[in-house]
Design a protein around this ligand. Structure first.
Ligand code: 0L1
Ligand code: MG
Length: 262
């Protein structure tokens, strides 16, 4: 680690205030070019502590930068991880106020609902499928706190991987008879197909991203608790949205989930 405890606390306050006040800020590596990934996760954890102290509850975790296209773009070989609180939950088919957000984008994902904890190291796809109660289609709304949605890896990890909102809907489906790798997804905006993809776009299989998350947490002695919702990571590129946009994600065999930005 390169930063002091007080610098970590100061940067957590800087990023969380930007989130709460819906404003863009300069990316933190401009001021601290030597900070490392450990510092970034420490800042993210401090942001989590601030939200918990305010009474928010952790409902799940997310995997980010999971598609090979996005990883290549950022020059990384593993996904990154963030947390989601109850204030990020949006009900299916409801409205999302643009005035609560900065410059949102949406990503089609698969949500895993866990009935058992997952602990690494050595967690693999089989452990994830055995621990999964059911999966559902999910739309993640990401909203970087950084100016023009531009950042580097360390800055975006500290900013809780741009986490902002998520919507789950469709059919809660057992993974028993599903092939999540070949599962097709169609993302529509205003009735027009914007993106199509298959589960395998996420590190070969969406459950592998969840296993990688469990192994990442194991390095700091943590596990994914039973009852968590885990977002697999985007299956396609993120799509910018604005007021007036209606979005619909349809996932093969799992049904659809939708929202409208107002
Ligand atoms: O959920 C994601 O894949 C987003 C990770 C952070 C990068 C971004 O905001 O595009
Ligand atoms: Mg995402």
């Amino acid at each position: 680690m390169k930063l002091t405890a007080s610098q970590i606390a100061e940067l957590a306050e800087y990023l969380e205030s930007a989130h709460l006040e819906r404003r863009e800020v300069v990316k933190i590596t401009d001021r601290y070019p030597d900070m490392d990934i450990e510092d970034a996760y420490a800042i993210q954890n401090k942001i989590k502590d601030r939200k918990l102290a305010r009474g928010e509850k952790i409902v799940g975790l997310k995997c980010g930068l999971t598609s090979y296209a996005k990883m290549r773009q950022m020059g990384v070989e593993t996904p990154i991880y963030g947390f989601m609180t109850d204030s990020y939950v949006v009900q299916d088919a409801s409205e999302i106020k643009m005035s609560d957000l900065i410059h949102p984008k949406i990503e089609p994902e698969i949500a895993f609902f866990l009935k058992a904890p997952l602990r690494g190291p050595g967690c693999h796809i089989g452990n994830v499928l055995a621990a999964t109660d059911f999966v559902m289609p999910a739309i993640e709304v990401i909203d970087s706190r950084y100016r023009d949605f531009k950042f580097d890896l360390i800055s975006v990890i500290a900013d809780n991987t741009s986490a902002t909102r998520f919507i789950v809907g469709g059919k809660a489906t057992s993974v028993k008879d599903l092939d999540l790798a070949t599962l097709g997804v169609v993302m529509e905006k205003n009735g027009r197909v914007e993106m199509v993809g298959a589960g395998a776009a996420v590190v070969g299989h969406p459950a592998t991203a969840v296993a990688m998350l469990a192994n990442h947490l194991a390095a700091s002695g943590e596990e994914i608790p039973a009852g968590s919702i885990i977002l697999s990571g985007g299956i396609t590129e993120a799509i910018p949205v604005q007021a007036g946009d209606s979005i619909l994600l349809q996932v093969q065999s799992l049904g659809g989930v939708s929202a409208r930005f107002v």
